[in-house]
Design a protein around this ligand. Sequence first.
Ligand code: HH2
Length: 261
Amino acid sequence: MGILNATPDSFSDGGLHLDARAALGRARTMAAEGAAIVDVGGESTRPGAAPVHPDEEIRRVAPVLDALRTGLPGVPVSIDTRHAAVARMALDAGAVLVNDVSAGADPEMLPLVAERGAGVCLMHMQGEPATMQDRPRYADVVREVTDFLEARMRAAVDAGVPEQAIILDPGIGFGKAPEHNVALLAGLGAIVALGRPVLVGVSRKGIIGALTGRATGDRRAGSIGAGLAAVQSGAAVLRVHDVADTVDAMRAFTRIRGSGE
Ligand code: HH2
């Protein structure tokens, strides 16, 4: 999954893809590099970010989705949003997956996904982006995140979303200290055991800085290393900025791992 943020303030690619033509160019590059899906977002959820009104989110992503529909047909698009109004517009514009970092907190979100026959990624977050990194606390992070995802998966199914349409995500960096992120990446098997594909987003995040000492722009190798560790633990999808290098790393890794089985 290639990241395409139509935001002025995303922590890594903020301001780069606000213009629909630039966004389309970036999406084309990522698709050519091997991205299976392009994830379009109009709200930064980095630590400390203020919430964005759904009208503003729509204003940012609508032209990008239009450009993708006409300029890159055949490449599946997901919409990274917590707001049902934004998801509705994006599904109308051809998106096939709703990537919801709040796991369906908007009461209209899961019924919408069900009604439209879309896919949904349900992610764990402790707190809200503005304050989530203040003092994240868990007694048993793997157990708590797994239990939360299981409950949200049940809520989605109760709303009419087929289980096969659900992807689960531990929410690396969303209300988690470095040790929590490491425990989740190592213990991903508990979430995998819920029976749905698991998506992991570590690309250029603070956890990579904590593990390598590198600044945001210099976290490519660390991100790929952590991504491969996630794949080893059972992750099925990696949400990344650096598609070409990640795809190469995954090809080599899965080929060698597969030949030993
Ligand atoms: N991480 C970010 C945003 N959306 N969605 C899922 N499912 N999983 C993630 O780990 C995830 C996500 C944050 O990264 P990014 O989009 O690069 O930055 P920003 O939030 O500043 O736009």
